[in-house]
Design a protein around this ligand. Structure first.
Ligand SMILES: [Fe+2]
Ligand SMILES: [Fe+2]
Length: 281
């Protein structure tokens, strides 16, 4: 956030330590609230997948995932309630995306939207918060949730890979567009308008400042795509057809993540017993 402090035209130019401290607290509250809303949708999507997925192994898996998601909703809701005195409503960009994912009648769209896009983004966001927080309970609960999410994303990629392999050009394009639309909404929701509003800042001006910020200051925003892009690549969605999704990810500046490890390759690192994730963090 340093850039905005130094810019005399920025809406936060006059902020002192007190305001930045309050902003930090509200920001954590907002992020954890969005995590909780995402988890609630994951629970609904998994219930839908359980009912509609056409093969038995995926059906058994969805049953175990349902239990995980219920636990995740509970832990985030409890943390917000007991440690942070309540949370924020769902962000409108995220809300629209979650509604689209759950309401699509095709089970594989729900799978793509939830297991690959939303959970892939969540895995990166949980990891970022896990690495920077010094609050032991939050660190531990994030680490536990991450071990489940890595499994969910990896299973999602493996299952969808077969389905995508059998699709024609028109069906693939529809899925590429769905994935890109989801990526844009996820990017926009991270502008956290509600927090700026709470702080009494001119939200419109702040969003403009954030959107025009130099590329270096958007590192956090782009890191969130470090799981989504390699998983889309693994599914074959980046280059299918005429490489439509590769072009879009190039335009928004996230294509550089394509050769990061996909979640099928790295999910054991998140295992609670033997995984190496966070050992040095
Ligand atoms: Fe979850
Ligand atoms: Fe999940």
């Amino acid at each position: 956030m340093g850039d905005f402090e130094e810019d005399p035209d920025s809406p936060v130019a006059k902020w002192g330590d007190k305001e930045w401290e309050e902003f930090g607290l509200q920001s954590i509250k907002w992020r954890l609230s969005q995590f909780m809303h995402g988890e609630q949708s994951a629970l609904l999507c998994t219930a839908k997948i359980f009912e509609t997925v056409p093969w038995i192994d995926a059906n058994y898996y969805a049953a175990t995932q349902l239990v995980d998601e219920a636990r995740h909703v509970e832990v985030f809701a409890k943390y917000l309630d007991e440690k942070l005195d309540g949370g924020y409503p769902v962000n409108p960009h995220l809300g629209l995306l979650l509604d689209d994912i759950i309401n699509d009648s095709r089970w594989d769209m729900t799978y793509l939207g939830m297991q690959i896009m939303v959970e892939g983004l969540a895995l990166a966001a949980f990891g970022f918060m896990h690495d920077v927080t010094t609050e032991p309970l939050l660190k531990k609960l994030l680490r536990n949730v991450m071990s489940d999410e890595a499994r969910h994303v990896a299973f999602g990629v493996l299952s969808l890979q077969e389905v995508c392999d059998g699709m024609g050009a028109a069906e693939i394009r529809e899925r590429q567009e769905f994935a890109f639309e989801a990526a844009l909404r996820m990017r926009d929701h991270f502008l956290q308008q509600e927090v700026w509003e709470h702080m009494g800042v001119d939200t419109r001006k702040m969003v403009e400042t954030l959107l025009n910020a130099p590329e270096e200051s958007k590192v956090f925003q782009w890191m969130l795509f470090s799981k989504v892009v390699p998983n889309c690549r693994k599914l074959g969605l980046l280059d299918a057809g005429d490489g439509w999704l590769r072009d879009r990810f190039t335009e928004i500046g996230v294509i550089e993540f394509e050769h990061f490890e996909d979640t099928c390759a790295e999910f054991l690192e998140y295992d609670l017993e033997d995984g190496s994730y966070g050992e040095t963090a």
